[in-house]
Design a protein around this ligand. Structure first.
Ligand SMILES: C[S@@+](CC[C@H](N)C(=O)[O-])C[C@H]1O[C@@H](n2cnc3c(N)ncnc32)[C@H](O)[C@@H]1O
Length: 234
């Protein structure tokens, strides 16, 4: 394994770093909020008394979007996030690192086995993560758990008409001026349509429901046929 030589802060995304290696390469990383604990086999690196978790852009669309230069990542220390579609927790764990002890991540996932993994790998070690076994299409069912308005809704659920689900959740839980971060998986939303057509439809729906699009990036080469959208709630 190549030795590390140091780290530096990412140019634009708070609480995100570049870990620098002896061979001149650098990799994206966050500071581990649960020292010693790996979530998805990621490399742990100790430098200057801090433990970093290397963030793999081929496993996490948010890391891919950062490397593709997305204009704004509205997540920082203290941010409150409603995360729809946590799966086993790869990206949520890095979001948990970024928001730190002052932030909170409400993690919604509807597959019980996957939710169990999310709890065992992520929520069990992190006090800023609240796991919610629920279907994101029915926000009223978890309104008694998400008892505050959040700054950001992060959605990666690959459902038909995902933007409608996102906007419905925003009506319940998103502060005015808050943000949505959304991965659009063109193929699983509608296999009969061209990816660009699906992206357009999803983005148009966000606009119709009161969002202003801040930026859209495509995730190739990290992820095929995905777009990644950041939008602001008016
Ligand atoms: C692509 S994975 C999420 C990956 C995760 N965001 C990450 O980057 O680590 C999509 C997840 O959304 C979940 N999902 C799909 N539809 C859902 C719904 N209506 N409500 C809650 N979870 C849903 C699936 O079970 C799956 O675990």
């Amino acid at each position: 394994m190549v030795a590390t030589v140091g780290y530096r802060a990412h140019e634009s995304v708070e609480q995100v770093y570049w870990v620098e290696f002896e061979d001149g390469s650098s990799k994206l990383a966050t500071v581990n909020l649960a020292p010693g604990v790996r979530v998805y086999g990621e490399q742990l690196v100790k430098i200057g008394g801090r433990e970093f978790r290397v963030w793999n852009p081929y496993r996490s669309k948010l890391a891919g979007a950062i490397l593709k230069g997305i204009k704004l990542v509205p997540i920082r220390a203290g941010t409150k996030v409603l995360y729809l579609g946590t799966a086993a927790g790869t990206t949520p764990s890095h979001v948990s690192d970024i928001i730190g002890e002052e932030g909170i991540l409400y993690g919604v996932e509807f597959a019980p086995r996957v939710m169990r993994e999310f709890i065992e790998r992520v929520a069990a070690y992190r006090r800023n993560v609240i796991p919610i076994l629920a279907d994101a299409r029915f926000p009223h069912r978890y309104a008694s758990i998400v008892t505050e308005m959040v700054d950001v809704i992060y959605a990666d659920i690959a459902q038909p008409f995902q933007s409608k689900i996102v906007a419905d959740n925003a009506e319940y839980f998103l502060k005015p001026g808050g943000y949505v971060i959304q991965a659009i998986k063109a193929m699983s939303i509608d296999v009969t349509k061209e990816p660009s057509e699906t992206y357009k439809r999803e983005i148009n729906h966000l606009e119709e429901r009161g969002f202003e699009i801040v930026d859209v990036v495509h995730l190739e080469p990290y992820d095929i046929a995905h777009a990644f959208v950041v939008a602001r709630y008016r």
